[in-house]
Design a protein around this ligand. Structure first.
Ligand SMILES: [Zn+2]
Length: 463
């Protein structure tokens, strides 16, 4: 009896565990076949906020638990639905720890716009990204969709010139006031490949813009100088605006290089320029300074121009260093001779102004110092932001008395002239930039030019 009761107690317990095990297996099986997993996440982004000729679309899908099934990207306008991209993924087994994983993440990309879809009309389109869960025998694929409605704009934005009498000189500067239509995100003047971006006109209406533009020294074709506006769909309007354009006569000069000159300037520049490749002869190194470093420094100025303050920080004509003579002109193409042969050709931008040695260098106009320090071929240099993309650079200085961040008033002492960098003798290299493009400083020295070309178009501080 005692034994039997023990036996029957044991078999009862075994039955209990068997039923429990069966229940667990059934519960797991039910969970495994019926579960749908979490909803896939979808991130739908477009290159532009509106559709025009061409707009890139990217959809990122993710479902790290059970994986993705079919993912799809569609474009819908009216009753037309266009399949842009689709991918079908095989489901993983989804069994924890041992099963194969499904596809956790997928990216679909497409380009929409009239370049590829001539049937699009103005109005709106809907972009739809859909993700299905990985399928199973009893598992619902329960698709998830994300939609984005974008305007379709197929016409160029409105663009009208407001100011009059635009006289331009190759290598010079100017101002133009214009008005743009709605949805314009970028506008200004294009001269060849060079763009001068416009700004809201101070005190003007919401659609009024103005720009100080540069007419690059190496762009002689006036048909390539145009006002432009681009909207959020990438539609672009362009129109000519210059009434008169004067090409610049070619200016040339010859520079004779000597070993004595190399010995003075090359090691000094190399030692102060981190990362400089000091291999090869002094001539090789000189050519790298005159070429690669020249371009790198001009890029640095263009970078500083992009952060220029949207305010007129200057007033009246720019100041030339007192009692100085012009030793080199703007946009002189220089041939460099070494031992009787031409070894290089570069264009000298800015002006070289020679006075007495270590002459005080005045701030050419009021503004904020955005750089004060070593600039390879420019030597010790000071760059001043005068606002709205107008910058000036003073180079080859022996001493610098200001620091980045300082506000300076026209005439304030920046330091003294010198021979640092690629300088043959003591002089000041003065360069003026409009939106990162070097322009002829002569115009900015001239009160009459400022009155006739800038003050007739907008209220600039001419006093
Ligand atoms: Zn110079």
């Amino acid at each position: 009896m005692k034994l039997g009761s023990t036996r029957s107690g044991k078999s009862g317990k075994a039955r209990f565990f068997a039923v429990l095990l069966l229940a667990v297996v059934i519960a797991f099986g039910a969970w495994y076949v019926f579960r749908v997993g979490p909803a896939p996440e979808i991130n739908l982004v477009t290159e532009r906020p509106a559709v025009g000729r061409s707009n890139g679309v990217t959809a990122v899908f993710s479902e790290p638990k059970l994986g993705l099934g079919t993912v799809r990207l569609e474009l819908i306008q009216g009753d037309r639905t266009e399949l842009l991209a689709e991918e079908v993924f095989a489901p993983g087994s989804g069994i924890p720890f041992v099963g194969s994983a499904g596809t956790a993440q997928a990216v679909l990309e497409a380009t929409v716009g009239t370049d590829a879809m001539g049937w699009l009309v103005e109005g709106e389109v809907v972009l739809r990204a859909t993700a299905e869960r990985a399928s199973g025998p009893f598992r619902s694929v329960a698709p998830v969709s994300v939609e984005s409605t974008l305007p379709v704009r197929l016409r160029p934005p409105r663009l009208g010139v407001v100011s009059t009498q635009h006289y331009g000189r190759q290598g010079g500067s100017g101002a133009v006031v214009y008005r743009v239509g709605e949805h314009v995100v970028r506008s200004g003047v294009r001269a060849g490949q060079v763009e001068s971006p416009g700004s809201p006109r101070p005190g003007g209406g919401s659609k009024d813009r103005f720009v100080f533009y540069s007419l690059p020294w190496n762009e002689a074709n006036s048909a390539e100088i145009r006002l432009f506006a681009e909207d959020d769909a990438g539609n672009r309007a362009e129109q000519p605006f210059l009434d008169i354009f004067k090409a610049m006569p070619a200016r040339t000069d010859i520079i004779r290089l000597s070993d004595a000159f190399f010995e003075r300037v090359v090691p000094a520049i190399a030692s102060q320029t981190p990362g400089f490749d000091a291999s090869g002869s002094l001539l090789d190194q000189y050519l790298r300074i005159n070429g690669d470093l020249r371009r790198a420094e001009l890029d640095r100025v263009a970078e500083l121009s992009r952060d220029s303050e949207p305010a007129f920080l200057w007033s009246g004509p720019f100041l030339q260093m007192p009692n100085s003579a012009r030793a080199a002109n703007f946009a002189e193409t220089r041939s460099y001779l070494y031992e009787g042969r031409e070894v290089d050709q570069q264009t000298h931008l800015g002006l070289d102004l020679a006075s007495t040695a270590r002459a005080p260098v005045p701030a050419p106009n009021s503004g904020r110092v955005v750089f004060a320090g070593w600039m390879s071929l420019y030597g010790n240099a000071v760059i001043i932001d005068h606002g709205y993309g107008l910058l000036s650079l003073c180079g080859h200085m022996s001493t610098v008395d200001v620091a980045a961040g300082d506000s300076v008033t026209k005439g304030d002492r920046l330091g003294t002239s010198g021979t640092t960098g690629l300088a043959g003798g003591d002089h000041l290299h003065l360069e003026v930039f409009v939106h990162g493009q070097s322009v002829d400083p002569i115009e900015w020295f001239d009160a009459k030019w400022i009155r006739d070309n800038l003050a007739t178009k907008l209220e600039v501080p001419i006093q």
